[in-house]
Design a binder for this molecule. Structure first.
Ligand code: ATP
Ligand code: TZP
Ligand code: MG
Ligand code: MG
Length: 265
């Protein structure tokens, strides 16, 4: 059975410690998909929520020390209970505080997946890449090589998103060419994707790489369908249409439109 169908059948609980910009959009996106969002960022309950979840998604978008404390508590609890952890290193490299917070997190918490734009992922592994706030900068380089290197270094699946998305576990690598430019006009498009990756990992068993690639491709197919359904695609109506398509895209439609290519070598 497809990972998408398993998410819808099993309705996995996804613990999100995320930023104040995207909290509502992320919860609605997970609900539309068929997962069960739980937004819980207090350090007092972070460990308890993480251990009951199907996946934990950690996001540093609007971090402060209390958030970092919660992230560490949730991450360590998830690790102790075999719950997959996804990290979205929003803005890593933009300020020293973000860069250092990410280093504290990855040294303590074992990730199942890292999901970010190219500049964020480069900065997480100490390679420089221009970054503009929370958006990828104009840098250029070999994104496939970067994904492989990062996956090997962090020993987890790495998802680098952009016009094309690269998903690697260090030995196998996929490129996904689904998506729509309107996603770049929607704040939280990346953050919600990180949580959708979490939902797919929650039902993946050991097939983390395949589940992550499916999550990314499904998300892009939903965006394509939303743009196609709209008579005049604009950011506001696209956001609503996109949420609708996260609920409407069937496993059959997904298979028909999915563009996942394995990169050899
Ligand atoms: P950034 O802040 O750099 O925009 P992000 O965290 O918002 O990063 P994105 O890289 O924008 O994350 O990825 C979010 C989603 O948008 C992914 O599904 C990705 O495939 C899609 N996407 C991003 N850019 C494009 C594009 N130019 N064309 C089509 N899809 C895109
Ligand atoms: N500022 C801090 S977090 C955030 C903004 C605008 C949201 C970033 O979300 P995404 O998914 O990276 O676009
Ligand atoms: Mg974006
Ligand atoms: Mg982002």
């Amino acid at each position: 059975m497809s990972y998408l169908q398993q998410v819808r059948d099993n309705n996995p609980l996804i613990h999100n410690i995320t930023n104040m910009v995207v909290t509502n959009f992320t919860a609605n996106g997970l609900l539309a998909l068929g997962a069960s969002p739980f937004m819980a960022h207090a350090p007092e309950e972070a460990a308890d929520v993480a251990k009951m979840a199907g996946a934990v998604v950690l996001n540093i978008g609007t971090l402060d020390e209390r958030v970092v404390e919660s992230i560490l508590l949730a991450g360590l609890s998830a690790n102790a209970h075999n719950v997959p952890v996804v990290l979205d290193p929003v803005g890593a490299g933009a300020t020293d505080y973000r860069t250092q917070a990410v280093q504290r997190i990855i040294h303590k918490v074992k990730l199942a997946a890292l999901r970010g734009n190219v500049a964020e992922v480069a900065n997480v592994i100490g390679e420089s890449w221009a970054i503009k706030g929370v958006d990828a900068g104009e840098g250029s380089g070999d994104v496939i090589a970067l994904a492989r290197t990062a996956a090997k270094k962090l020993e987890c699946v790495v998802v680098i998103t952009g016009k094309e998305d690269v998903i690697s576990d260090g030995s196998r690598t996929y490129v996904v060419s689904n998506g729509h430019p309107l996603l770049t006009r929607l704040t939280g498009a990346g953050c919600l994707l990180s949580s959708v990756v979490g939902a797919f990992l929650a039902v993946s068993g050991d097939s983390l790489l395949e589940a992550a690639a499916d999550a990314v491709s499904f998300y892009g197919v939903a965006a394509e369908a939303a743009a196609e359904q709209s008579s005049r695609p604009l950011p506001g109506s696209f956001q609503i249409g996109f949420l609708n398509q996260l609920a409407l895209v069937t496993p059959e439609l997904f298979l028909e439109h999915s563009k996942i290519k394995e990169i050899k070598g």
